[in-house]
Design a protein around this ligand. Sequence first.
Ligand SMILES: *Cc1c(COP(=O)(O)O)cnc(C)c1O
Length: 213
Amino acid sequence: MIKNNVKNILSELPRDVELEVATKKRDISQILEVIAAGVRIVGENYVQEAQSKFDVLGRKVKWHLIGHLQKNKAKTAVKIFDMIETLDSVELAAALDKECKKINKVMPVLIEVNSACESQKAGVLPENVKDLVAEILGFKNLNFMGLMTMGPSVDNPEDIRSFFKVTKDIFDRIKQTNADCKYLSMGMSDTYKVAYQEGANIVRVGTAIFGSR
Ligand SMILES: *Cc1c(COP(=O)(O)O)cnc(C)c1O
């Protein structure tokens, strides 16, 4: 079943859109199944949970962090992850840069955009993204590569479209002056179709592959 779900989604996605599978609370055997079905990237939300899976699976798959990162977890995070999608402050950037230096790694990062300007949500407000990009460019051990957004939770997938548009607009503007700005990570199980229609080239899907958590 997992294999078929992956195959169906992969065949639906435009060729330049990467399927990232959100694997929080899924076990090793489920992750191995999606890898066998052709998935190359998994997204994990928690550093500790990712660590225990990484200890078993290693570099069989690319590991992206898609949950909020606390500075005190930066040291462990930089060892595991191939990309941090949730960078949202200069302080966190400084902590990641410092830990990356120690292990001689350059970490690809996406800035998480709080595209609906929700007060309780993680991420950078749209009007502050440009300034954070400029700051990140000053850290030698971070490589700014694009944007990620969650958007608000909606009942109708159409209701998230405008927030994906907002994020794509910012992405396009940054891209004009920054060739490394390549990745736009948007959309989950209910909204990945709207997301790739609006220009996402990474979609993050969990439930539509594994069933409900
Ligand atoms: C869990 C999660 C997803 C996937 O959500 P589903 O509804 O299970 O597809 C995508 N992005 C983030 C940041 C998540 O935490």
